[in-house]
Design a protein around this ligand. Structure first.
Ligand SMILES: Cc1ncc(COP(=O)(O)O)c(C=O)c1O
Length: 366
């Protein structure tokens, strides 16, 4: 049987998304009992208490399909965001929305422009459709080079992904740069602004994608409950987009794409703004503490608007292994001279600082 003849040729060069190591993988390997998983930008605290209580109530009713149109949640999100519910799509993680938007928009030979390095799912979903990735290197300071991205747009460009803040570097582009970009981007291009880390941002110059949403121009803003709301395992995200795009996405998505537990968890999470603020503040404090450690040890890092910090190192494999031996999982990027360290609890930060100090003592300067 020739499976190569069976399977679409677009899939041949693709590499499946590689999730970070799980705690259970590392426990045995490191011999450490307490594993700190700082590799997937999750929040260290659990789902909000109101979300947990709500999710428990639906367990006996899982014999019934979820609400395929997520009516209650979309209405609630609409109130929360000040956006009509008809412009909101709920998805099985924002990841799903990245895929179904490309399925709705990209065809073979179309071009999709995105920054690089950026979120690893953009090349995957582009290749899946047989479309062409146009990667624009980040500018100095590891920020999106919006003028260069504009210059990379051609007649064949259908989609631009903007990751703000950017994963893995944690950087943002500012309001003026975004406004110049939007003023010049041609109408035939859909701009997808991926704001997975929106709730962590404290910089006043951050352009909230929704401030530029007028339900007319081809712009979609994606957010998720996986990060500050701690519902990563439930899988729920959402997007705000003009109605014609909502209609297209609704044709592509599965009938009951978001399960009931996730819908209810997200619904109740929105009630607890104080907890969002508490988590944002604590994240800021932990980041500052980590920066002071990096400064003291002469480690080069990129100031971040997210719950992770990108650091430069000529020894990514050695540093990764040294931290792993202490039970700390960070993210490496194959051959890139960099690592991404997630922000966890204050205890996680203390452990990370000690492990990094020990790694410097063992390996010398990074
Ligand atoms: C930039 C970015 N976008 C989207 C996602 C997908 O998140 P989810 O599918 O959990 O909503 C992630 C997850 O890490 C991310 O970093």
């Amino acid at each position: 049987m020739d499976y190569n003849a069976l399977i679409r040729p677009e899939l041949a060069p693709m590499v499946p998304y590689a999730p970070g190591l799980r705690a259970s993988d590392v426990r045995e390997r490191s011999g450490q009992e307490h594993i700190r998983k700082l590799s997937s930008n999750e929040n260290p605290y659990g789902p909000f208490p109101s979300a947990l209580a709500g999710m428990r109530t639906v367990l006996p009713h899982l014999n019934v399909y979820s609400d395929g149109a997520a009516r209650a949640l979309r209405r609630r999100l609409g109130e929360h965001l000040g956006i009509p519910a008809d412009n909101i799509v709920v998805s099985n993680g924002s990841n799903e929305l990245l895929r179904i938007i490309t399925q709705a928009v990209l065809g073979p030979g179309d071009e999709c422009v995105y920054a690089w390095p950026s979120f690893v799912v953009y090349p995957i979903v582009t290749q899946l459709m047989g479309a062409i990735s146009v990667r624009v290197p980040l500018a100095e300071g590891e920020v999106h080079d919006l003028p260069a991205m504009l210059a990379a747009i051609t007649e064949r460009t259908k989609l631009v992904f903007l990751c703000n803040p950017n994963n893995p570097t944690g950087t943002i582009y500012g309001k003026a740069a975004f406004e110049d970009f939007l003023a010049a981007v041609p109408e035939h291009v859909l701009v997808v602004v991926d704001e997975a880390y929106f709730e962590y941002v404290v910089n006043d110059d951050f352009p909230n994608g929704l401030d530029y949403f007028d339900a007319e121009r081809p712009i979609a803003v994606l957010r998720t409950f996986s990060k500050i709301y701690s519902l990563a395992g439930a899988r729920i995200g959402y997007g705000i987009m003009p109605e014609p795009l909502v209609a297209a996405v609704n044709k592509v998505r599965e009938p009951f794409n978001v399960n009931t537990i996730a819908q209810v968890g997200a619904f109740y999470s929105l009630a607890d703004e104080a907890e969002v603020e508490r988590r944002r503040q604590e994240n800021q404090e932990q980041k500052s503490y980590l920066y002071s450690c990096f400064d003291r040890l002469g480690i080069s890092y990129v100031p971040s608007e997210t719950n992770f910090v990108y650091l430069h190192t000529e020894k990514p494999v050695e540093v990764f292994e040294a931290l792993l031996a202490k039970g700390i999982i960070v993210r490496d990027f194959g051959t890139s001279p960099a690592l991404r360290v997630g922000i966890g609890t204050p205890e996680d930060t203390d452990a990370t600082v000690s492990a990094i100090e020990a790694a410097v003592a063992e390996l010398g300067a990074f």
